[in-house]
Design a protein around this ligand. Structure first.
Ligand SMILES: [Zn+2]
Length: 268
């Protein structure tokens, strides 16, 4: 595991102990551009052109200051940007297990990859090997279990799509640094956007039990499979059903959720 220091001024003080690892893709052209942005104390739009910006944006427009603890470049070199004891700025508006201020409790890892804006390029093998080694080391040193590793899309569904459906979560799980459900159920559609009632209420309860910021309703009759529900289901599929990221719930989706929740309960 090769780690080089590339310190950023973009951090402040944690308010809670570390208990999560959040994986991201950089969504930028290359690792060097991402490292410049993550260490820039006053980033401006003109310095970071990309498909996410309006073409007529004033180049002097200030961008938000961001950072992460680590950046894993295309060759698998790990750049240490913020010390783990400090609070890096990578999660943004996010929620997991009913709690916000994810930055205070997370270690953020940015993996250099263009992401959806650049046509979902594959991650390199060297990168994934480095990510697995790094996460294993973080979990061991911080006494965290593999279920504490999440994607940015999990904690900000609908707003964020990273690390995306090309990220090999299953390989991480096989290496013992993430989780993977049993998945022997069928592909029959169970529920989709616009559905209401008991079945949707149960789906929301299961998504919440896993950690997602799912809608809560007073009674089963009030449950609606909303745009928000769909965004969460898509985030779940990007991670656990990457061949079918369409926001539609199938028997297999429910079976996987159920299996993951069971595994979490077993650990308590
Ligand atoms: Zn991200």
């Amino acid at each position: 595991m090769k780690i080089v220091d590339r310190p950023s001024p973009n951090f402040d003080v944690r308010k809670t102990p570390i208990d999560l690892v959040v994986l991201h893709y950089t969504g930028m052209k290359d690792a060097e551009t991402a490292l410049r942005r993550l260490t820039d104390p006053a980033p401006k739009a003109g310095d970071y052109p990309g498909p996410w910006q309006a073409p007529d944006i004033d180049p002097a427009t200030p961008l938000s200051r961001v950072s992460a603890h680590y950046v894993v470049d295309e060759a698998g070199v790990i750049h240490r940007v913020v010390a783990e004891k400090d609070r890096a700025w990578h999660a943004g508006v996010a929620m997991w297990e009913g709690r916000d201020d994810i930055n205070s409790r997370a270690i953020g890892i940015e993996i250099a990859n263009g992401g959806h804006d650049y046509g979902l390029p594959p991650y390199t093998d060297a990168q994934i090997t480095a990510v697995i080694d790094l996460v294993a080391d973080i979990l061991r040193r911080n006494r965290l279990t593999p279920d504490r590793v999440v994607g940015h899309a999990d904690i900000a569904p609908g707003r964020k799509d990273d690390p995306g459906e090309h990220f090999p979560w299953k390989r991480l799980a096989e290496a013992g640094v993430s989780i993977w459900p049993d998945d022997d159920a069928g592909a029959k559609v169970v529920s989709r956007r616009g559905d209401r009632g008991e079945r949707v209420h149960l789906l929301h309860a299961m998504l919440s039990a896993f950690g997602y910021d799912a809608p809560e309703e007073e009674s089963p009759a009030a449950a609606l499979f909303s745009e928000r529900t769909e965004a969460i289901v898509r985030a779940f599929q990007q991670r656990f059903e990457p061949h079918a990221v369409d926001g539609v719930v199938r028997e297999s989706t429910l079976a996987k959720l159920d299996s993951l929740i069971d595994d979490l309960d077993d650990e308590d």
